[in-house]
Design a protein around this ligand. Structure first.
Ligand SMILES: [Mn+2]
Length: 458
């Protein structure tokens, strides 16, 4: 938690136009090796005596896009390089060939010619690689088919108890090759390991929460800089996205957690708008759904602000209805009982229903109709290594979970789109904590923040 760039205060004092000198390259902040090891052991406990084989994300082939590791692979291995495989052999004392727990990271051989492009890599022959990886054993990738062949030859029961990421080219190829080496007509089917990692990933440990808070901190700062310094008539949506990106990266984040949505006027009513190519006008609302990723962990924050610094009466009315819906969901929250993202709003404990009922019983459209029909999406989602962490919705919200609450009302006819999104943690004692609580939230707070920026430039 050390590497911080400019403090919030410095950013707010200096404002836009500041040219920053490049700071030291930020490597990912990893949790202790013991944490990743414990996750592998926990996964092994769910394998029903089977073996898990996970592959790292492929490296983009010289297309100049930065590499991002596969989320499950990173969660289990903390290894941020392409071309690797992780094998977890679960403890199976009753198996045909009794097995004890084992974990092996398979690494591709170094390619010295490609290292001119990629930089220096480690492989199984690199001294100290096991300590660097924090995995019990590191082997050359060429050994993986042989290892699998040995395991299945000793216990044919494993043939249909291999857990892999479904649909990945590497897993399909390996299972096909295994069929050939075993002289089998059929390849092992491979069971879906992500069904086992999903519930593990949903409950965050302290280190993960600390990383999410770092992502929150930088994202809050960027949102604040946005509303205080950058939003004004004549500014482009893209300039806002760029200014926020600068704040994220200066504060140690490696990338946006998703494509920034900076939608003004009519674009505020487009849910996943990301062209960001309009010039903002006096009287517009601006919806900014933008946040960053810190050491592989996401933040996800939306604020909606008036471009000229003042909500109209109608904009303020809609804004406060959306905020009221969010507050109603927060007030109704009960750990272990409430659910999120209940699309059909059929679950009796659904927070979506609470928020929908609030919106549908407050305010009217231009035709005297209730506003519920202008809310088009779920109330929130799980968040972690991915901005939308995997889940089978609706999810019952439990201690250790991190999720968003993000009601919205989008009325194209009035060029009004409002979404307010905050990220929440359920604590061990069942309390709901707003991770973005320090960011202006009410209409009054947003107007005050925008005025503060204007005052300072005079
Ligand atoms: Mn979201």
């Amino acid at each position: 938690m050390k590497k911080q760039g400019l403090t919030a205060l410095a950013w707010l004092a200096l404002g836009p136009g500041l040219i920053l000198l490049p700071s030291a390259l930020h490597a990912l902040e990893k949790q202790p090796s013991s944490v990743y090891h414990a996750r592998r052991v926990a996964l092994a406990g769910k394998l029903q005596g089977g073996v898990a084989i996970l592959f790292a994300a492929e490296e983009p082939a010289l297309d100049f896009m930065p590499y991002r590791q596969d989320s499950d692979f990173y969660y289990l291995a903390g290894w941020n390089e392409p071309g690797a495989a992780l094998v977890i052999v679960s403890d199976a004392p009753q198996a045909a060939a009794p097995r004890a727990y084992r974990e092996i990271l398979f690494l591709p051989a170094r390619n010295l010619r490609m290292e001119a492009y990629t930089g220096v890599k480690m492989d199984a022959a690199t001294p100290g690689v096991e300590e660097a990886a924090g995995v019990d054993h590191v082997e050359a990738m060429t050994e993986l088919p042989a290892e699998l062949d040995r395991l299945i030859s000793a216990d044919r029961g494993l043939f249909n108890n291999l857990w892999t990421q479904p649909g990945t080219a590497a897993a399909t190829a390996l299972l096909g090759f295994t069929a050939t080496t075993l002289g089998s007509g059929d390849a092992p089917r491979g069971r879906d390991v992500t069904t086992l990692t999903m519930p593990l990933r949903q409950i965050k440990d302290e280190g993960e929460i600390a990383l999410i808070k770092q992502a929150s901190k930088a994202s809050i700062l960027a949102q604040r800089v946005m509303m205080q310094w950058w939003v004004k008539p004549g500014m482009t949506e893209r300039a806002i996205a760029g200014a926020m990106t600068a704040v994220w990266m200066e504060n140690g984040c490696e990338r946006p957690a998703y494509a920034p949505i900076v939608g003004s006027g009519p674009n505020a009513t487009i849910l996943h708008y990301s062209n960001n190519d309009r010039t903002m006008q006096d009287g517009d609302l601006l919806l900014v759904d933008a946040a960053c990723e810190y050491s592989m962990y996401a933040s996800d924050i939306t604020r909606t602000v008036p471009v000229n610094g003042h909500f109209t009466a109608r904009q303020r009315e809609i804004y406060e209805i959306v905020r009221g819906a969010q507050q109603a969901a927060i007030d109704a929250f009960v750990a272990g009982k409430s659910t999120i993202n209940d699309h059909d709003r059929k679950d009796p404990n659904s927070l979506d229903t609470v928020a929908f009922n609030y919106i549908n019983t407050h305010g009217r459209d231009l035709h005297g109709q209730p506003l519920g029909k202008y809310w088009l999406h779920g109330l929130g989602h799980m968040m972690g290594i991915e901005v939308h962490d995997p889940a089978n919705y609706p999810v019952v919200l439990k201690p250790g979970m991190v999720f968003t609450i993000e009601p919205g009302v989008y009325i194209p006819e009035e060029r009004i789109g409002v979404r307010i999104e905050c990220d929440f943690l359920v604590t061990a004692d069942g309390k709901l904590v707003d991770l973005d609580a320090s960011l202006p939230h009410t209409a009054d707070e947003i107007e005050a923040a925008m005025q503060a920026g204007k005052g300072a430039t005079k």
